[in-house]
Design a protein around this ligand. Structure first.
Ligand SMILES: Nc1ncnc2c1ncn2[C@@H]1O[C@H](COP(=O)(O)OP(=O)(O)OP(=O)(O)O)[C@@H](O)[C@H]1O
Ligand SMILES: [Mg+2]
Length: 279
């Protein structure tokens, strides 16, 4: 293990092991900072890269800045300084911090986000909720009358099938369990063909069976070449599913590497006395 800087531990051996077959770089974050109020720094100089196919967990105690990090990456919360570079296939880049509103809307289709409360339309059926993922590609009038192309419908059906939700396609979203709603939310996010999928505590409100289903679904998504980044509170889930973990403490990255490199010392640094309350 190599100490890069006093506050940053990068487990090089483990990182190489988990990146034995790394995908292309899709995002490069450099010295990212965020302050909601002057003088109160929430993200404090975060630098990291994301690669296609990674399944990355962000961990840290409550208030460490996990949700803020995800929202700034996706552009729903404006960052204060630094760079969030969208890396294209030809290695050219665009910076999320300098994007216009229109560019930001386009960015959010590449960098999809699943919100903690799913944000489905409760009275609409499952397949229509999934098709709403195409909203940014469909005119408002067409989407109001649920006029979607044959290709879009075929894709929505295949996504629902992929996550074993096809039998529920015509049920109203409000009649589904939390885990089922979460799977629909994943399908809706995937309708946009994102290269990055962010999820803020995707299993927070789920029972163990649905938690397994969602973690397996997200693993499938990453196996398909999408970079998946999730905030998690369970170290056990991180160890079981993720290929990489980023530990945040007071807005700084103090660990970036394979979950197997999370030692007691690092966990203690991340969680302090709250460590006993973790799963
Ligand atoms: N809209 C806001 N305005 C002002 N301060 C905020 C806002 N959102 C978050 N904060 C503050 O920023 C800090 C980080 O919050 P954030 O929600 O990112 O933490 P977190 O790691 O996701 O915590 P949790 O595990 O509880 O979800 C906290 O001190 C919080 O009070
Ligand atoms: Mg949070």
């Amino acid at each position: 293990m190599a100490m890069i800087a006093p506050e940053l531990i990068i487990d090089n051996d483990a990182t190489e092991a988990c990146n034995a077959n790394p995908g292309r770089k899709v995002l490069a974050v450099d010295k990212l900072t965020k302050s909601y109020q002057e003088g109160k720094v929430v993200l404090n100089g975060i630098s990291l890269e994301l690669r296609a196919g990674e399944f990355v967990a962000v961990i840290g105690r409550s208030g460490a800045g996990k949700s803020t990090l995800l929202h700034t990456l996706n552009g729903t919360i404006p960052a204060t300084s630094g760079k969030i570079l969208n890396v294209h296939r030809d290695n050219t880049t665009d910076d999320v911090l300098t994007m216009t509103r229109k560019e930001l809307r386009a960015w959010r289709t590449h960098c999809g986000m699943i919100f903690q409360d799913f944000c489905l339309v409760p009275r609409l059926d499952v397949i229509s909720n999934v098709l709403l993922g195409r909203l940014s590609h469909t005119s408002t009038i067409k989407s109001l009358f649920k006029v979607f192309s044959k290709q879009d419908k075929a894709k929505a059906i295949s996504l629902l099938k992929w996550l074993n939700m096809l039998p529920y396609a015509l049920q109203r979203a409000e009649n589904l369990s939390g885990g089922q709603q979460q799977r629909v939310a994943i399908c809706r996010a995937l309708m946009q063909n994102p290269k990055i999928l962010l999820a803020d505590e995707p299993v927070a409100s789920l029972d163990p069976k649905n938690t397994t289903r969602i973690m397996e679904a997200l693993q499938k998504v990453s196996d398909d070449g999408i970079a998946v980044m999730v905030n998690l509170h369970s170290i056990e889930l991180v160890q079981q599913y993720c290929t990489r973990v980023i530990g945040l403490e007071k807005g700084k990255v103090i660990y970036d590497g394979h979950p197997s490199g999370l030692t007691e010392t690092i966990l203690h640094q991340l969680y302090g006395d709250e460590i006993d309350q973790l799963d």
